[in-house]
Design a binder for this molecule. Structure first.
Ligand code: NDP
Ligand code: MG
Length: 383
């Protein structure tokens, strides 16, 4: 059997962890060519040795002495240490599909490098599309991006070969996060530990926090807009607390197609890697009889103001989604460091949006620069 050659970015994160489980199961179908992370060499180097991976890259270990020490500790590995090296490997190495699961805005350069080289992209890093969707549109080939985010994977599966003209709307589901039923008057007492516990999904810190504020759903509306090239007016989001229906497509004849499975990222990752085929796997099983009920509710503007602001920013477009995401990343960092309250996350982001200078059609340089300036500016205010 010809193996699919994979480049894995974000190998030590939550999506990365799911990938390694899949990789162990699908060894006869997949071959990992190289893996990348930011700093966590203690985790990635042993994993690479265990699975026979030779090439690694860390983008966040700058100290030359530490680099020398790591290379000496793992002589059987070829280890690189910069974002430039990561982008070069994406340019030079022989892979069929790259899984971009880098956390947050840091993933954008890799997305553009992969797309420009014409390689397939299994995309978990939604921030790439939120910030640079208008540029991605200009360079992507049809079928080049396969979504990994569970909602978008669900839509991709439900859509099948149907053209957009047959779609009435996309319905994105949201769990409601950790505070769906939490008393509103107690929101200001929410601690980082409380916000980092997701009721249904086991994910990295940023996406878990983004779920608690529902900012994640605004990001996903933008992601869907660019991925499926569909107007915002035809995208709806609603709360579905059980996280079993991962999203739906409503067609023009009124029919709704949903994708159903246990909330486990291994399935959308596997589908992105196996597409257009489906591969046999034991890893995610769904027992319909154990699901007591399926319910749906509207998203409350009072409970999730960041979601509402995110929809306005989505419509405005230009540089504002980048400003908003950078402000949210900074605000969440402040919240996790206990420098601001949970309820102040919205205030920080809103202030950044109200004072931002719009750039209607930013290029990649402007996006990367604005992202950094905005993030640093918010943090500096709380030094
Ligand atoms: P995590 O925070 O768990 O992991 C992030 C990964 O990215 C780590 O491997 C980290 O390395 C690496 N990383 C961080 N910064 C850089 C950088 N500058 N260069 C290279 N690598 C970097 O994130 P998740 O796995 O939760 O999420 C990854 C992406 O997938 C996000 O965009 C998220 O929104 C999206 N996603 C995640 C889902 C989930 O279930 N977790 C669901 C849907 C989407 P290190 O460990 O060394 O810091
Ligand atoms: Mg999602």
């Amino acid at each position: 059997m010809v193996k699919k050659k994979i480049a894995l970015l974000g190998a030590t994160g939550s999506i990365g962890r799911s990938f390694w489980e899949l990789y162990a199961e699908q060894k006869e179908r997949l071959e990992l060519v190289f893996a990348a992370a930011h700093q966590n060499y203690q985790k990635l180097c042993p994993l690479a040795i265990k699975h026979g991976i030779k090439i690694l890259v860390f983008t966040g270990i700058d100290d030359p002495a530490e680099q020398t020490r790591i290379r000496a500790q793992y002589p059987q590995l070829k280890v690189w240490f910069s974002e430039a090296d990561l982008l070069r490997l994406l340019q030079e190495e022989d892979y069929d599909i790259a899984l971009n699961a880098i956390g947050g805005s840091a993933g954008i350069q890799a997305t553009f490098t992969i797309l420009k080289r014409g390689k397939k992209l299994a995309l978990a890093n939604k921030e790439s599309l939120v910030m640079g969707g208008h540029l991605v549109q200009k360079i992507r080939r049809p079928g080049q991006i396969i979504p990994v985010d569970s909602e978008h994977s669900a839509i991709f599966q439900a859509l099948g070969e149907h053209p957009l003209s047959e779609v009435q709307k996309l319905i994105i589901t949201a769990s409601g996060g950790a505070f769906r039923d939490y008393p509103l008057e107690d929101f200001e007492f929410i601690t980082p530990a409380m916000a980092l516990k997701h009721p249904n999904w086991d994910m990295g810190a940023k996406v878990t926090l983004d779920s608690a504020t529902m900012f994640n759903k605004a990001l996903e509306v933008m992601e869907a807009h660019w991925l499926f090239e569909i107007p915002f007016e035809q995208i709806e989001a609603l709360i579905h607390p059980q996280s079993v229906i991962h999203s739906l497509v409503q067609f023009v004849d009124g029919s709704l197609m949903a994708q159903i499975s246990s909330p486990d990222m291994k399935l959308p990752i596997l589908y992105a890697l196996s597409y257009p085929q489906r591969w046999k796997s034991q890893l995610v099983q769904t027992d319909l009889l154990s699901i007591a009920s399926l319910s749906f509710e509207a998203i409350s503007a009072k409970r999730y103001p960041l979601y509402m602001l995110g929809l306005e920013v989505a419509q405005a477009g230009g540089i504002l989604p980048t400003v908003m995401n950078a402000a949210a990343e900074a605000a969440m960092h402040l919240f996790l460091s206990e420098l601001i309250k949970f309820t102040e996350i919205y205030a920080v982001v809103d202030r950044c949006i109200q004072t931002a200078q719009q750039i209607p059609d930013p290029d990649l340089e402007e996006i990367i620069q604005t992202n950094k300036t905005q993030y640093d500016k918010v943090l500096a205010e709380y030094k």
